[in-house]
Each structure stands twice: as C-alpha cells, then as structure tokens.
Design a protein around this ligand. Sequence first.
Ligand SMILES: [Fe+2]
Ligand SMILES: [Fe+2]
Length: 404
Amino acid sequence: MSDAGAPAVQTGRSPNQALALDRLVRTVGALRPPGIGVSVFAVEDTTAQVTWDGLAAGPVRVAAGDAEVVIDHGGGPGAVVLSGLPPDTALEAVVEAEGAPAQQLSLRTLAPPPGPELFRLATVNDIHLGDPHFGHLPTVAHPRHARHSPPRRCLEAAVSEAAAWGAQLLVAKGDITDHGSADEWALGAEVLANPGIPVEAIPGNHDVGREAVDGRATLAAAGIELRAGRPSARDLPGVRLVTVDTTVPRRNPGTIAASTAEAARLVAEAGGPVLVAMHHHLQRHRLMTHPPRGIPGAEAIPFLDAVAGANPATLVVTGHSHRHRSYRWGPITVAEVGSPQDYPGTWAGYVVHEGGIRQVVRRVAEPDAIAWTESTKRCFLGLWGRWSPGSLEQRCFSLRWPGR
Ligand SMILES: [Fe+2]
Ligand SMILES: [Fe+2]
C-alpha cells in the first residue's frame, strides 16, 4: 500500500486476548494450503485476467498465444489482462517475474454467445462506504493515514476499470453505504457518477438500516435513480433489466414474496431476454445453509419458479453474500457476485448478445485496492480466501438463451 503501509489487525482486546487470537490465526493459516498464488481469475471470449497474491517488485511478463503484457510491478499482489486471445480456445499462459521461477497456467477462453454484441453493463454491490474495517478473526482495520478509505478506493477503481472495459451502464445493487448516512450517500453519488456513464442503484440492507437516511435525493442530484419499492423494468439493447428491491427497513435479511407477482409479470412481458438484478441472494433450500441470511427459501423458491416459468431466457444476479457462485434453476441461471472491497475484490461485467449473455467477474486491479482486498483474505481464520471466490466457471460463463 503505497500511501499507508500494511493494513493493521484491529484488536480492541486485552494484550493476552490479542496474543491468543494471533496464535490461533497463525496456526490455522499454517494448516491451510497455500493461497492461490498466480492464477487465472477471469476469462472472456478474447481476454484473460491473471492475478497473483505476491510477486517481487520489478518487471512482470505475462503471455499467452500471441498476447503479451509486461508491467513494472511495485511488488505484492497484482493483476494484468491479456487481450486479443482466440475465443473458445485452450491456451497455456506463462508468468515471469523477478526472483521467481516461471509459472505455467492453463486457461480456456469462453465461446461468445450467438449473434452480434449489442450492449455492455457492469455491476458493483456490497461496497459498504463508511465501513471502517472488514471481517472477524482477525478484523482488518483500515490503514492509518490512508488518503481514501479502502471501500472508497476499491469502488473508485472498480467503476473506473468497468468503464474502461466498455460498460455502457453501471448498476449498483445494494449495500452502497454501510450505515446509510448522509455523508456515505454523498460519497456514493460522487464516486458512482465519476466515470460519466449512466448509473442505476438498488438498495441493500445496509442502506436501509437503523440509522439510515433516505438517499434518493442525493443520488438523484448526481443523475442516479435509486430503484426502491416496487420492481421496475428498463429495456436495453437485447435485454430487459428488471430491478427488485428486496430490503426490509431496519432488518438484514431480505424479502421477495410481495414483489414476486409483479417481477414475474415484468419478466414475462419483456418479449425477449431478461436480466434480473437485486441485492439479497436467494436461499434455494428451505433451511439456511450458510450466513448471512438472504431471502428465505420459503420466498426464494416460489420466486425462482415464477421467473423460470415466466421467461426461460433469464439471468438473475444478486449480492449480499459477498461471495461468487452460480447455478441453474430449471432453464434460468442465478449468479451471486461479491464485493469490490473484500477478497477477492470484484466487479461484474455483462455482455449482451443477440442470442445470449456472458458474465465476467474481474478483480479490482488498481495496486492499492488489490493490496487491501488481498489483506482481507485471512479473515474468518483464513477461510474467507477460500470461501468467497467460488470457481472460475461460476464467475465467468457464457449463456445461450433457450430456443435461440
Ligand atoms: Fe454487504
Ligand atoms: Fe447486504
């Protein structure tokens, strides 16, 4: 971290407690396998993002096929994107860095969905602007003397990198703020609007918490509509975007029962493919299988059935769980995407084609931002680094709309 030094472990405990906690974290850390090191984090039809959790300062060369990138790396974690790769092709990538043996990585680029590309949009969620730390065991506190807090820095980098990728619309799908304070809303409006591309927002539970104020006017002044209340639809080239507010004021779990009929109607009436975006993840089992609580299965399952019945050409995307997963529900696909500000620190891109859609999830690559997100990998006794990322196939996929 160039302006702040290493993130500090926040204790708030007695010296003995802190020592015991530190021993526990180190013991568990020593037991678990090594981190992901150098890996392929994201693939598209013609690009691949290669990331690493710690390389020495100096030149880093990454090459695959005819593509090559050489950067002057400042040391620590980092990322590069290889472009111009052949679609639907197995490739061998090589990573060369100072003081480390050359690393070979296998990757396969995606096949693009059928038909021409029509539109690109990007999403961010679970930014938690105003949050002073992340996680437990250990809690990672923000660096002292930081010019900007990590959530702000990570969001700035995410929206900038999504815009450079070609996003024509940005969807902020909840937990934009940590407490919904006026200052946090103002910061969210400023950072989200900064790249100059249209922005839509959906509230998350943290945006409607006990101390939250209504952020709609603040966002509207920056040209951002907060789509709170009833489900709404916006027709984009090649896809209808349906947004669903799943929040319950002053409560963390979500709800969707009262919105299901209207959302299903908007999905059915699209006359074509649909992307449904919401904050809370849908618990697809009757019993909760992992924290945090999302939308309970008793509500989520009827919603998924209704959407799948209304329009099989649908992709549902959510947040709140701060992790990356995707699964099929009958003919439709559902994807959870994590946060820009905690490991692995991501944003998602959606490329709409005439005959399908593909999702790419990239790590936020700006050096200070990736240094921060890498530091949160050790939270929850080191399990966070293994729980949140999901698999490459769950993060990056290409869908063909049914019947096309
Ligand atoms: Fe969140
Ligand atoms: Fe949330």
